[in-house]
Design a protein around this ligand. Structure first.
Ligand code: ATP
Length: 500
């Protein structure tokens, strides 16, 4: 459309632009907005919920429909409190935090060191960067966290706001939200809002295995809410206190975890590409020091408006969780593998390869990647910008808008016929108010891939104008061809085809 066409990079389309756009066009609102919000808690609006549902559907089907050996469950948020003792969350689901006494701001200590290491790297001091992270990791394992405070001071790390190093002592902060079940507030009634969905899968391993007739290797997938009392909750829906996870635990024979780990790493990467995220904005990051339960861990990082950050984690979790639950419940959770020939090796606790992605982080990646500004000049030579969301048609919140050119001469009646023909099979909206140009602009902002305009010619020859969002090109299409053409274009099959 324009001479100086320029798609803004993520960095240019700052986070603020994305946040404003998300609010203005009904994607994401701050929670309890009329009360000025609640930190790190967000609500999804009329378009946001559709986009998020589509992402969840794509993930769910890619897991369960495309894999004969993956089934789904939906476990409760509340679980027996001992689950979290067994999983290690009660004792060690902590983040180290420190406060600056001058600004009264609280920070995650590891984030402060990571920022310093990144600054070293930028100055070309890669050795210093690596040494700092190694030193921090070492000190994090100490019972006494004073060493971390000393290192903050030694490294000259100051509070970004107060610019001083007037730090409090470093403390561990447990991220789980606790509440009471029943009416009596006693310690024994304490339950937690789950900080991850994975444990609902581990505790159901035997139930699912025995009732689904699945044999190892097989996986259990789940989508659900998780809650973490994050210390520093900034960056919009990237780090929330209430969020949604899409996790899949794949149970394998011990010794085969490495090959399954590679398999799922590749599958998950392909899934993100199929949703339309570009290769250059995705990268793998290997954890040098995986969590206590894992023998290998990779993140898939996405280049968010604030840089590359974890989008998804792929972890080889060994038999840690099943072993822990087995020890706590004092029941045998072994799997009997008839395909193993050696008798003494037939019973075992499966190893687990986990893939875990936040639905909200995926939403933010998709939204920030989709946000596009095309620069051009209008007929009078003035610069103009066209903003639109370039979302894959299969996951776009609204697929089609039907617009009569005028609110008279039977055009609305005809347009409603077209709307009725499409609305039951794809998310379609009908709009007869406003000028056509303004309506196109609004649909672009929501990411509607197709607009259908019913005009005078429609009444003569039963054709409509079909406008394509990304190119703004228009074509004349017979009404009788619309349903097939559009169903094909917006079908999730277009994503799944790339995954088989
Ligand atoms: P981070 O290091 O960013 O805190 P994490 O390593 O603790 O993340 P995991 O425990 O591996 O995250 O959780 C799996 C996925 O859940 C993450 O990759 C992310 O997409 C999502 N997730 C985790 N914490 C949050 C949060 N506070 N808000 C939104 N999504 C989250």
């Amino acid at each position: 459309m324009s001479k100086n066409k320029k798609n803004l990079t993520l960095e240019e389309a700052s986070l603020q632009k994305i946040i404003s756009h998300a609010k203005e066009y009904g994607f994401v609102f701050p929670s309890s907005d009329i009360y000025d919000g609640l930190q790190a808690v967000y609500d999804y609006g009329q378009n946001g919920v559709e986009l998020k549902n589509n992402l969840k559907e794509a993930w769910w089907k890619a897991m369960t429909m495309l894999h004969d050996n993956v089934v789904g469950i939906d476990a409760a948020i509340f679980m027996h409190p001992t689950v979290w003792k067994a999983s290690g969350h009660v004792d060690s689901f902590n983040d180290p935090m420190v406060d600056n006494k001058d600004s009264k701001k609280r920070y995650r200590v590891d984030h402060l060191f990571e920022a310093k290491a990144a600054a070293y790297s930028e100055e070309g001091k890669e050795d210093e960067a690596q040494a700092l992270i190694a030193r921090m990791n070492q000190l994090l394992t100490d019972e006494n966290l004073e060493g971390l405070r000393q290192l903050l001071i030694e490294e000259g790390i100051v509070c970004p706001i107060a610019k001083t190093n007037n730090w409090t002592e470093v403390r561990q902060f447990n991220l789980m939200f606790a509440t009471q079940i029943g009416s009596v507030a006693e310690e024994s009634n304490t339950v937690y809002l789950r900080p991850e969905t994975a444990q609902g899968i581990f505790t159901n391993f035997q139930n699912v295995q025995q009732t689904s007739r699945q044999k190892v290797p097989f996986g259990i997938a789940q989508i659900g809410k998780a809650f973490r009392n994050e210390i520093v909750a900034r960056q919009f829906i990237f780090r929330m206190r209430e969020f949604e996870q899409m996790e899949m635990q794949f149970f394998v024979r011990p010794g085969t975890q490495k090959e399954w780990f590679e398999y799922w790493k590749e599958k998950r990467y392909q899934f993100l590409l199929a949703l339309g995220l570009p290769k250059e904005k995705l990268r793998f990051h290997e954890h040098e020091k995986p969590a206590h339960y894992a023998d290998a861990a990779f993140d898939i990082e996405y280049d968010f408006p604030f840089g590359f950050r974890e989008l998804e984690g792929i972890h080889s979790r060994t038999d840690f969780d099943l072993k822990q639950h087995q020890a706590y419940v004092k029941k045998n959770l072994n799997y009997f593998d008839q395909e193993v020939e050696e008798k003494d090796k037939q019973r075992y606790l499966p190893y687990v390869v986990e893939t875990s992605i936040g639905a909200d982080r995926l939403f933010l990646a998709i939204l920030s990647n989709a946000y596009t500004e095309d620069y051009g000049v209008d007929a009078k030579g003035n610069e103009k910008v066209r903003t639109y969301l370039k979302i894959h048609p299969a996951i776009a919140p609204v697929k089609v808008a039907v617009l009569p050119l005028l609110r008279k001469q039977n055009l609305p009646t005809k347009a409603k016929e077209v709307f009725e023909m499409l609305r039951y099979d794809m998310a379609t909206i009908y709009e007869e108010r406003g000028a056509i140009g303004k309506n196109y602009t609004r649909m672009d902002m929501i990411g509607v891939p197709f607009c259908i305009t019913v005009d005078h010619q429609t009444l003569e020859d039963e054709t409509v104008t079909l406008r394509h969002r990304d190119t703004t090109t228009q074509e004349r299409v017979a009404i009788t061809d619309l349903h097939n053409k559009l169903s094909e274009a917006v079908s999730m099959k277009r994503i799944f085809e790339k995954l088989i």
